[in-house]
Design a protein around this ligand. Sequence first.
Ligand SMILES: Cc1ncc(COP(=O)(O)O)c(C=O)c1O
Length: 393
Amino acid sequence: MTRPISDNPSQARSSGDHLSQALIHLDHLTHNVGLLRELIGDVSLWPAIKANAYGHGAEIVARHLVDLGCETLCVAHVSEAIALLDAGIGARFVILSATLPEHAEAIVATGCEPVLCTTGMAEALAEAAEKTGMTVAVHLMVDTGMGRIGIPTDEVCQFLDHCRALPRLRIKGLMSHFPRADELDKVYSHAQLERFKSIVEATRDQGIEVRHIANSAGIFDIPGSYFDAVRPGIAIYGLRPSRQIANRRIGELRPVLEWKTRITFLKRVPAGTGLSYGHDFLTTRPSLIATLPLGYGDGFSRRLSSNCDVLVRGVRCPQVGRITMDQCLIDVTDLEGRAVIGDEVMIIGCQGEEEITADELADKLGTINYEISTAIAHRVPRIAVDITPESRS
Ligand SMILES: Cc1ncc(COP(=O)(O)O)c(C=O)c1O
């Protein structure tokens, strides 16, 4: 059963017509959550669904995670939480990025739980909470070695003393983040974990409820890092944090996203024909060339031009010529007599025996799988595919 869902109502109406679609396999999401829960036991699972759920569609993903029993979800900005609350998602939201005092009122009004790492923000939140008679719960971010945001480890106790003077501010969580848990060598991460543990010890009598540091890599490779909650992102979507994860169970993850389109135009051209802008690409033989309604405006990077494959009828076909904003070309000469207008084309996913992964595209672009899925543009509809046991039989 496929179910078009979109953050954008006009897109929801037209998603069946759009010629490139990201299918979101909810059964794989269920599987990945189950695998992570097996690893963490009774610890709370707080999936990261920031940046439109790493490009998978925040509303679709959040709704399914709530159905799976996830009560807390992690976003990057209060605006992401507001959009999901407006869509009726009944979860608690932790905000992972540093926020500014001007966001305090919205944070308090929506009941979001932000990371906290400046006294200015602590005061702004307390003041906003005071105005409404509410209490705001926050998570103290300690910089144990990420080097991005956070209170230095030797200033945590002083920071807590400062917060104690702000009655409407509740320090609910103590948190940190791993920058290198996805590397084979875990020496740095273990040293970081020891620093976090010593802060946990030093703050034991401060009424802090939840300690959390583990991301996906931490869950797979650093079992001592679970504490009270974990914050996996990439693994929820069935992708590996890196190829250096040692835990073999990483191989059990199932990719949630499949990205496909269709052939809209076909032509035969002689050898020596220049294709697309700049004619960077010249055919070297009489060729059958197909046009796809997909370009960098959809998040199919122009830097992949003449440097990636797609799948048609289970066969790898090279993309040729510059990828333009809305369209690009592929060489289907090897499918002469078989390829037709309307054929399905897989950009990321399996067809027959072949598979193109987000990792394959990431390698070609010198980036990481995270960026590939997150870069899929808003205009590409995310379609929830809900294969229930009944619909499979
Ligand atoms: C603070 C924080 N926690 C958790 C995560 C999830 O990390 P991952 O996707 O590697 O599991 C992120 C991702 O960027 C993050 O910034």
